[in-house]
Design a protein around this ligand. Structure first.
Ligand SMILES: *[C@@H]1O[C@H](CO)[C@@H](O)[C@H](O)[C@H]1NC(C)=O
Ligand SMILES: *[C@@H]1O[C@H](CO)[C@@H](O)[C@H](O)[C@H]1NC(C)=O
Ligand SMILES: *[C@@H]1O[C@H](CO)[C@@H](O)[C@H](O)[C@H]1NC(C)=O
Length: 925
């Protein structure tokens, strides 16, 4: 809840459990420490939605109307539908583009796919253009499996606090969550038995642990488990014997392992198989499957062969005793084809293989070829999923001889293409064609519901996010797309590539409309048009800013290279066009990790001469990370930055003087990118900011004042979000996941954000809560004491007349009270703090403020003090750098050295002491 910014909602354990069962709370449920209820556990007050679930239920909720906000804390959360959750969260996932093509795509019903998109399972109704999202994992999902009847879906992840979740695919409800199952490593392979009652998981650690779960029982530990020696290789595939839930098999690239579990625990055997066994190359094992005749196991290999494993017949022993692991041995190595086999599965009385060339082949029980379906060009096959029921009952006679012939199947390739192959195996259609490399760039059209997205694989797509359809796409074969931007009129799309080239494309056809610019020596990281499209600017990885100017070429609008400059010496974080205050001329700023905020003088720049107007160092210790124009709330115009220490700062747009420092959102990582939401027609005075942190997407109510309840965040891409875009109407936020190859569409619900903020308390209440002990605590009383003590001091301690106790202290006393409170600001921070108060009313009254009251002081303190105090890690680091090792091997600093360091190094007091500089040279660091 902290993470959602919903600190005020205290859920009871029951309602949390109920809500989790209903899947309505997304990640919140997973983040809560409470355990999930056992499967199908009936609650007395409401009939279970799992119990009554039918196929197709998932999308029925869409028609349900709103629920009042109160129901989240009340008893009846069982009727929360997928869309009603939008009421509670400021941002909720509404569509997922792309998927993890290293994992399987399952066919739940004909036309209904189930796949993994980062940390979310997507149930995608292709025909109806609908998606349902199973949210609960906080880390990217690493494996999934689906029961034979497609009702139960089990997923697991890797990362901090990994989870195993079992979902009811009919209702979308997470019926069971297993916590702490493989702490530290997470799960790399999972399988569910045919009767769906048993689950096997294999951990991803060095020593892999294989656990057997009876997930329908409320036990928190596995029924049995075994740890595997690393010598067997990394076991990343596992499957149950469909005819016997007590038997399963797993394989790594080099070893197949056979298991049997029961009262005697978990036994396993590791029969050898080498090149010598059959005198021919085996290749790497890919997938295994149980033969339908129950005795054999088959394993496909990268050499295009199938290993047949069979029960080792011991002389004089007709049958193995019950409960004993059968001795298995490789009995045959059957060469099937040249190409690597990537998929091997058994379907009724048929064996199916998929390979790196996109071929699907069907064999009978003796591995004789029955049929082949060729999809070369689509890439290596990653998974094959047959529809649950034969699609064509009338052709009953053919069904018996060729069972595959009667079932449609879904084919997914590791190149992120999904095909739907119809009954006779010749007729197929492309269902999805997604990015096969990182997706780093997204941009929204300024007037249409179009989203442009670009991937490192060179794929550039424009998608209509209201009609939910692909409009146009293009592939750059030479390099990947790194950044995108539409011009303000929406006619052009500027595209920066990883090879340093810049293409200006027609926004509709995506055809190039200017020559290709190659002025950058590194990948283009940012591209932007000025408000009047007069200029186009780019930033690249070689720390250069390049400006292009508009020209007319043969009656056609185009841009031409003006000038470039290596203006930064560390990565450029932002480039930003604005408008001059006294006119309509564009202005250009750039911000780098070198802490330089640079403004360029566009009107004085000429061919090959980019003139810098103003360079300003914006931070002392923190690194500035992003930049935006602050909306006008007063007559003064501001630039907003966010830095690596969770602070947001307002700078006078003209003088670049730091005018305000504010506590920004603190959700585990600082703001990486931010954008102001467009004004809404209904409430133009209310403004909001959307942002991404390393892994979350969030919203912040403006003006920023340090109140933590005014922002919210939600995990969007656990492995790192790379870009952010906002629809022209402000109703949707899009996030690109970079390496997870997905783009997520989030619906914005500002009412929920406002509700959360007002529940957080009015006025100073939220700030008091940020003080240690709150308003009634020791800390607050101490602060009051200091406050009045400072008044005494400034009046003169020895004064004998009766004193006038006022509400204010003079500005000069701010630093000493801050220090008394345990916050030791640097000289620069003190200057910023005092200036902040001094000029707080300057624009309105023309006068400087000279004193501060307790209320404003508390806000100042909260906003300026370090967001997370001083950590032991920082102190250790300081000793590492400044200290030396004594005879006991501890890092120490001499007292004298420490004192002179404190006095002479670090930031200089305004009257710098030259003598100290001399001394400091004698100190060995
Ligand atoms: C897909 O999942 C696998 C297994 O966890 C992971 O290694 C891989 O990075 C994921 N790929 C993407 C594109 O998210
Ligand atoms: C299983 O099938 C294979 C090939 O079809 C056959 O050789 C073997 O004898 C069968 N085993 C049993 C027990 O039917
Ligand atoms: C900020 O800039 C404006 C001009 O935009 C100027 O009039 C004002 O005095 C500046 N404020 C401060 C506090 O420097």
């Amino acid at each position: 809840w902290e993470q959602r910014g919903l600190h005020h909602l205290s859920l009871s354990k029951d309602s949390m459990a109920a809500a989790q069962e209903d899947g309505a709370l997304g990640n919140a449920a997973a983040a809560a420490p409470q355990r999930a209820p056992g499967e199908l556990e009936e609650r007395s007050d409401a009939p279970s939605r799992v119990w009554g679930a039918q196929p197709g239920l998932l999308f029925q909720g869409e028609k349900q109307s709103c629920h009042p906000l109160v129901s989240i804390t009340g008893q009846d959360s069982s009727s929360l539908s997928p869309t009603t959750k939008n009421l509670f969260f400021p941002q909720s996932l509404s569509w997922a583009l792309g998927y993890n093509s290293s994992l399987a795509v399952h066919s739940i019903e004909d036309g209904m796919l189930l796949y993994v998109c980062a940390h979310t399972v997507v149930v995608h109704d292709v025909l109806g253009s609908r998606q349902h999202h199973l949210q609960g994992h906080a880390n990217a999902i690493s494996c999934l499996c689906v029961s034979e009847d497609r009702r139960w879906v089990a997923t697991a992840d890797q990362g901090p606090d990994p989870l195993v979740i079992i979902w009811d695919a009919f209702s979308g409800i997470p019926v069971r969550t297993i916590f702490d199952s493989h702490a530290g490593s997470g799960v790399c392979a999972i399988a569910i038995s045919r009767d769906a009652k048993c689950l096997v998981t294999i951990s991803a650690g060095m020593v892999q642990r294989v656990c057997m779960w009876r997930w329908t029982y409320p036990d928190e530990s596995p029924v049995c488990y075994v740890e595997l020696s690393p010598e067997f290789g990394f076991q990343d595939f596992v499957i149950f014997n469909p005819q016997n839930p007590y038997e399963f098999v797993s394989n790594s690239k080099t070893q197949v392992i056979f298991y049997l579990w029961g009262d005697a625990g978990l036994q396993y055997s590791t029969p050898p198989l080498t090149k010598q066994t059959f005198g021919s190359t085996v290749g790497h094992f890919t997938q295994s499957a149980f033969h339908f005749n129950a005795t054999q196991v088959l394993t496909g290999t990268s050499a295009g062969k199938v290993v047949v494993w069979d029960v080792e017949r011991k002389r004089g022993l007709a049958k193995e005793p019950q409960g004993r692991l059968r001795g298995m041995k490789a009995t045959k190595l059957v060469p099937m084809q040249e190409e690597s086999l990537t998929v091997l599965l058994v379907l009724e009385s048929c064996i199916v293989t998929g390979d790196v060339r996109g071929q699907v082949k069907f064999y009978n029980g003796h591995l004789q070829l029955l049929a082949c379906s060729d999809h070369s060009g689509t890439g290596p096959i990653q998974s094959i999923s047959f529809s649950k029921t034969p699609s064509d009952p009338p052709g009953a006679s053919s069904t018996s001889s060729h069972p595959f012939a009667a079932r449609n199947f879904i084919l997914s390739t590791s190149d992120a293409t999904v095909l739907r192959v119809a009954t006779d195996g010749t007729d197929f259609e492309k269902v999805m064609k997604e990015a096969k490399k990182a997706v780093t760039a997204i941009a929204c059209h300024p007037q249409q519901s179009w989203l442009a997205m670009g991937s490192h694989c060179g794929l550039l797509k424009v998608w209509d996010y209201k009609q939910l359809q692909l409009l146009v796409s293009r592939i750059f074969s030479s390099a990947g797309v790194q950044c995108l931007s539409y011009d303000p009129a929406g006619s052009f799309l500027a595209t920066g590539l990883t090879d340093g080239s810049v293409h200006v494309l027609d926004a509709i056809s995506l055809l190039s409309c200017c020559e290709v610019f190659r002025f950058s020596r590194g990948p283009i990281t940012h591209v932007q048009f000025s408000h009047d499209s007069e200029y186009l600017a780019t930033a690249d990885e070689k720390y250069a800013v390049t400006v292009y100017k508009r020209v007319l070429q043969n009656e056609r609008r185009c841009w031409e290279h003006l000038a470039g400059l290596h203006s930064h010496y560390k990565p450029i974080r932002s480039i930003l066009f604005g408008i001059q205050l006294d006119g309509s001329e564009p202005r250009l700023l750039s911000l780098g990790e070198d802490r330089q905020l640079i403004e360029y003088d566009l009107s004085s720049s000429s061919k090959d001469q980019l003139v810098v107007l103003h360079r300003h160092r914006v931070e002392q210790a923190a690194v500035p990370l992003c930049l935006a124009w602050y909306p006008h709330f007063s007559t003064e115009s501001f630039i907003l930055t966010a830095n690596s220490c969770y602070k947001m700062k307002l700078y006078n747009a003209t003088t670049k003087m730091c005018r305000k420092t504010l506590l920004g959102p603190t959700y585990g990582s600082p703001l990486e990118k931010m954008q102001i939401l467009p004004k809404s027609a209904a409430e133009p005075q209310k403004r909001y900011l959307a942002y991404i942190t390393k892994d979350k997407v969030g919203l912040q109510i403006l003006p920023v004042d340090g109140n933590p309840h005014k922002s919210s965040a939600f995990i969007c891409h656990p492995d790192g979000a790379s870009d952010l875009a906002i629809s022209y109407d402000g109703r949707y936020i899009f996030t690109a996941g970079g390496s997870d190859r997905t783009v997520l569409k989030w619906e914005v619900n500002l009412n929920a954000l406002e509700a959360a903020a007002s529940l957080g308390g009015e006025d100073l209440v939220p700030f008091y809560r940020l003080l240690d002990g709150g308003q009634d605590g020791e800390f607050f009383r101490e602060l009051e004491d200091y406050f009045y003590y400072v008044q005494l001091r400034s009046h003169g301690i020895d004064m004998l007349e009766s004193r006038q106790v006022s509400m204010y202290i003079p500005l000069e006393e701010i630093p000493s009270v801050m220090r008394a409170m345990g916050f030791y600001p640097s000289e620069e921070e003190i200057e910023e703090m005092i200036n902040e108060v001094k000029f707080s009313e300057f624009v309105d009254t023309g006068e400087q403020v000279t004193k501060i009251n307790l209320r404003d002081f508390i806000k100042l303190y909260i906003n300026h003090r370090p967001a997370f105090g001083l950590s032991m890690k920082t102190i250790r680091q300081a000793f590492q750098v400044l200290g030396y090792e004594n005879e006991n091997g501890d890092k120490v600093i001499d007292r004298g050295d420490l004192l002179s360091l404190l006095q002479c190094r670090g930031d200089q007091p305004l009257a710098g002491n030259k003598h100290c500089v001399q001394i400091s040279q004698d100190i060995r660091l």
